[in-house]
Design a protein around this ligand. Structure first.
Ligand code: SF4
Ligand code: SF4
Length: 145
């Protein structure tokens, strides 16, 4: 089973992705590519494509519900790193659920994370995200401004 975000991408096509201008690669090495951003206010930038509806982040490579990749994953904004998919770490996420619902996808449940359960974990450490049953690399987290 793949990580659920890798067949989703709904949050990257739902919320404004805003962050402090210091995060851009103009000011921080390895930061968010400045060319993919636009000014939001005196203190913040946002990802192009997320300023106003219809939202779709310019860095998103995705057909929602089929596949999804963040093309700047190692350099994505902090807000994109902070939002967990529902139940990824044992908690419901209203942001994830809302984005999925608005794009016609069902809410995630704990059953979508079988590699986090003891019965599916070969070393007996359910949430270790370690070497035995964890999925392919994590996806592109979502956002909100
Ligand atoms: S966090 Fe939720 S809405 Fe965002 S890509 Fe993952 S599953 Fe989809
Ligand atoms: S994770 Fe990537 S594609 Fe998604 S909103 Fe953030 S920068 Fe855009």
């Amino acid at each position: 089973m793949e990580h659920p975000c890798l067949t989703c991408g709904a949050c990257c096509a739902q919320y404004r992705v805003a962050f402090h201008w210091m995060e851009s690669d103009e000011f921080t090495e390895g930061g968010v590519p400045q060319a993919l951003t636009q000014p939001l206010d005196p203190h913040r930038l946002c990802m192009r494509g997320t300023h106003s509806a219809p939202v779709r982040c310019v860095a998103l490579d995705c057909e929602i519900g089929k596949y999804s990749r963040c093309t700047i994953h190692p350099n994505r904004p902090s807000v994109c790193r902070e939002v967990d998919a529902s139940w990824e770490h044992g908690k419901y996420s209203a942001q994830c659920a809302k984005a999925r619902a608005l794009h016609g996808l069902p809410e995630l449940t704990p059953a979508d994370w079988p590699w986090f359960t003891a019965s599916n974990d070969g070393d007996g450490n359910p949430d270790d995200n370690g070497s035995d049953n964890n999925p392919s690399s994590p996806p592109s987290p979502p956002i909100a401004a």
